[in-house]
Design a protein around this ligand. Structure first.
Ligand code: TYD
Ligand code: MG
Length: 453
């Protein structure tokens, strides 16, 4: 008798499951995203080879023996930082990012750097020769790293059971498929089944597994959101393809906080850790230039100093142009309106262009003061004091509000040898100032020029 096929419908956008076809997904509201999939051959009892976990018993919270989670040093400081202090054995980690951003490079580097750890790098995208070539380029060799080019999940699981590695990398989840699901690799049911199987393998064997997932244009992980629910940790690898800087960001972490970021620079020989971002985000000019200002920014909890450049020039046409790279254009318009109204600068006749160093995207409102300082400097064509920087938010009536974590920003500026920092006077009483930097407190935007020129 032919095995019966079980069919069901999935939304390709959010992973919603329905027994019949629908035009609009009731879960995420997208149109034409529901597709039909053959889920399982009924004859095959589902995944018989998986180790069944021992039955859990309810326990009083006081009686649960606390195992301090062991953390493994991955050998990459920036990665340890984002993971919350190292890799937890048996964790399932999703590494997402746009194509070409460097996910394969980063994960191969993880596999090769993890000295003393037994690693298995599974690739469904590249041949063993291509991986060898990349490993040569990276110039790191781990004798305990095994490369396996395979896309069938059952074979991968049996290799994991045989080799018993400490760490496994699956590049990428969209190329993997399991026999128990009939639909093609990369489809919602395949991704879901593969990820849950890998979760069980990770937990039962204590192996940490990294899953690489491609991200679609709109920034979501291709395939369903459910992938994010299954894994323990979600890491996003971001950056601008035209620039060399990459940010590794934690979006979810069951073993730690998500506010840490890791910084890397893409080089000829792979990714290099950037443990001192401020030094590369500030250019040292021979002569001071107008239109340049330094802001003390914070991303997550990490303070760094970054250069902002503004160009203010007479508008040649009726409507002035406003363009911002790496900064919210509406916020720029608001700051220009404040300058117009409160400082009396004639911004309506000016084109304004704004740019941040390194292709960084800034969403920190604490950078308002630096943006305004750069604009004022370009408007009057006068360079600012090179030894000074600023951190503060600007309100609609021109008042300077404190930026979050002002104290850390001041310390970072002092550490980098700046002699003066301009911040909001609201925090004057509550913060301790380091000795080697002059902290200037201002309450309104009108006081800014005097403090910085
Ligand atoms: P890759 O890791 O293949 O990206 P992903 O797996 O996310 O699709 O890397 C993509 C880019 O990185 C590629 O365009 C070349 C560049 N690259 C370097 O600049 N230096 C290197 O050492 C390596 C390995 C890659
Ligand atoms: Mg890749």
């Amino acid at each position: 008798m032919a095995a019966k096929l079980k069919r069901t419908f999935f939304c390709t956008s959010c992973g919603y499951e329905t027994p019949k076809w629908l035009g609009k997904c009731p879960s995420c509201g997208e149109w034409n995203t529901i597709t039909e999939h053959v889920v399982a051959k009924e004859s095959s009892s589902s995944s018989p080879r998986l180790i069944s976990a021992p039955k859990a018993q309810p326990q009083l919270v006081q009686e649960i023996t606390e195992q301090t989670t062991r953390r493994i040093d991955t050998g990459i400081g920036e990665l340890n930082r984002v993971l919350g202090g190292g890799l937890v054995p048996g964790s399932l980690i999703l590494l997402g990012g746009e194509p070409g951003i460097g996910k394969s490079t980063l994960s191969l580097q993880i596999a090769l750097t993890a000295n003393g750890l037994k690693t298995l790098y599974v690739s469904g995208e590249e041949s063993a020769e291509q991986i060898k070539m990349r490993a040569m380029r990276l110039g790191i060799g781990n004798e305990e790293c095994t490369v396996y080019t395979e896309t069938l999940l059952e074979s991968i699981v049996s290799q994991i059971e045989e080799l018993r590695p400490d760490m496994v990398i699956i590049d990428s989840i969209q190329t993997m498929s399991t026999d128990t699901v009939e639909s093609s690799a990369g489809s919602v049911p395949q991704i879901r089944e593969c990820a849950t199987t890998l979760l069980r393998v990770a937990k039962s064997m204590g192996t940490a597994i990294f899953i690489i997932g491609h991200i679609t244009k709109d920034g979501t992980i291709a395939g369903p959101k459910i992938l994010e629910h299954i894994v323990d940790v979600v890491l996003q690898f971001e950056g601008d393809g035209n620039h060399t800087y990459r940010i590794l960001r934690g979006a979810k972490n069951r073993f730690g906080a998500t506010y840490e970021i890791g910084l890397f620079e893409m080089r000829e020989s792979g990714l290099r850790e950037v443990d001192n971002p401020s030094e590369i985000l500030i250019t040292h000019y021979d002569e001071p230039l107008s239109g340049c200002a330094i802001g003390a920014a914070v991303d997550g909890i990490r303070p760094y100093l970054i250069e902002v450049q503004a160009l203010v020039s007479g508008a040649a046409y009726g409507t002035p142009q406003r363009s911002a790279t790496g900064f919210d254009q509406r916020r720029l318009n608001m700051l220009l309106a404040v300058l117009e109204k409160r400082v009396g600068m004639k911004m309506f006749q000016k084109d304004v262009f704004l740019n941040f160093a390194g292709g960084f995207k800034i969403s920190d409102t604490g950078m308002d003061l630096a943006v305004v300082a750069a604009i004022i400097s370009s408007y009057y064509d006068r360079p600012l004091n090179e030894q000074a920087c600023c951190a503060g938010e600007i309100g609609l009536s021109g008042e300077v509000r404190p930026a979050p974590r002002t104290e850390q920003r001041i310390s970072e500026a002092a550490r980098l040898g700046f002699k003066r920092i301009v911040v909001s006077s609201y925090v004057q009483k509550s913060i301790k100032c380091p000795k080697d930097i002059e902290v200037v407190f201002i309450s309104s935007i009108e006081e800014l020029p005097k403090a910085l020129f």
